[in-house]
Design a protein around this ligand. Sequence first.
Ligand SMILES: *Cc1c(COP(=O)(O)O)cnc(C)c1O
Length: 373
Amino acid sequence: MDPLLMPDNPYLLLTPGPLSTTKTVKSVMFRDWCTWDDDYNTIVEWIRRRLVRLGSDTDEYTAVPMQGSGTFCVEATVTTAVPQDGKLLVLANGAYGRRIAEIARRCGIAHAVQDSGELAPPDPDRLEAALKADGAITHVAVVHCETTTGMLNPVTAIGNIVKDHGRIFILDAMSSFGGIPMDVKTMGVDYLVSSANKCIQGVPGFGFVIAKKDVLAKTRGQARSLSLDLYDQWRTMEDHHGKWRFTSPTHVVRAFFQALWELEEEGGITARHSRYCTNHRILVEGMQRLSFQPLLAAELQSPIITAFLSPTHAAWSFSRFYADLKARGFVIYPGKMTDSDTFRIGTIGDVHAEDMVRLIDAVADAMACCREK
Ligand SMILES: *Cc1c(COP(=O)(O)O)cnc(C)c1O
């Protein structure tokens, strides 16, 4: 079968990942690879170098891919980076921040949580006070784009405080890396975690950590797990020219290589960011015309995913709205907040302005049907 003759997807994914990917990204998975052969490992090494370049223009960082979903990489980072006598401070304002704390709890890592609630970004002053008051804290972790609400957290301000106080900074940039320009060095980041299936627009199967080399180099023997040992994964890749320790998701890696090329062809992260911003603007303006209100104020909102307040009238049913939109070719996302009733629409992936215009028409149709019923 000619891969380019594959049937079209029945709907577009407007979710925070996995996302709609291009046909070409999917098509390059139509061959098999040997994991210890040069052909394959050359691709892995190219990918690692390219990831470092996307995050920084210095040579102080390395990129370490890790099997599994994004959470596996957050867990690999936290459980490798924080030593036995270390303590992690988590700044949480949503489900993904809380998940970092949960990883620490499950793995017996000393930790503290500053929870600013789902509607407020972490407070840099409160962070500074905690770092001054508690000398035991060695690491600070925060989410960049908190996908629960779509909020963009003030990570540069946070990173600068963490660095001023000589602590290690872990950033979950899962849903933003590749879609929002960022520089790990300026942000004071020691470990940035992201995954193949978000803004780079690959398919799911692995994530990666962009880590400061001298910091990662000191973590030998610290990991609480064999398979999630970030240090060992890094050393094996360095010493064996891109070899993964255990079976690697070869097809997914090949698709990711293609996705990185397509990011380049699009004009890099700046161009992708501007496409996502356009998608987001069309979405919000269109939804507002249809009387939907975004949860967040515009200045807190990312172009990645937008939470809308569910209508309060009796005829509203998210599951019917979801099914109506799916039948019209769009899959949206339920809310994930503890206190507000919301639903979410993603604007990332192989999704373009004309798709967002069609989406707004579909929402208008779905609402008209819902009123008739
Ligand atoms: C998607 C995401 C993750 C990881 O989720 P997985 O389902 O494990 O891939 C982690 N943090 C944030 C902010 C995310 O958006």
